[in-house]
Design a protein around this ligand. Sequence first.
Ligand code: DX5
Ligand code: ZN
Length: 215
Amino acid sequence: MKTLVSPSILSADFGNLQADIEMLNRSEADWIHADVMDGVFVPNISFGFPVLKAVAKVAQKPLDVHLMIVQPEKFIPEVKALGAYIMNVHYEACPHLHRVVQQIREAGMQPAVTINPATPVSLLKDIIKDVYMVLVMSVNPGFGGQEFIEHSLDKIRELKALIKETGSNALIEVDGGVNMETAPRLIEAGADVLVAGSAVFKAASPEEAIRNLKQ
Ligand code: DX5
Ligand code: ZN
């Protein structure tokens, strides 16, 4: 499979979000990654649904919504109203993960489960066949521009093996510290989808950065 790129608008220019979304529309980006933070599950607050509604109006690519919030199931209707393609919830935020995954599917979206750096891949064994994608956090969630955690490569390899062993079709997405140095190693380890914030938006040419990550 060709590697997909999902630029994270957390690093976009919030003073002119429309221009950055239009840039992503023109670019080779596959999806648009949107990081919602609540200041409870993670030590930061990003943006919420009123802002994402404005983004969705301009976006011409599928929305990959990453909820770094407690009780994400409360917001399934809001995420659905955006017309989102993927709803990413954290393993650590869902004591009834199986139910949440079912509810996301019933709402007509693709369910994805995200694991923090300290959450073992083995905990996904009983959910892996029910999810569209697993998002492996390669930094601690909450901020853009952090340093890549090397151990994430082992986790991706382990996840790839679990997917194969169980006959699951889940995609592997990776988020945090993805750049031109880490991307080839992540793809080699088995990543299917790369999320990139600063590597795209802090680049001299974001469109070129997206193209380079895809190669
Ligand atoms: C971090 C977010 C990421 C963030 C990645 O909590 O989930 O999506 O935007 O930023 P970079 O690519 O700069 O590490
Ligand atoms: Zn994210």
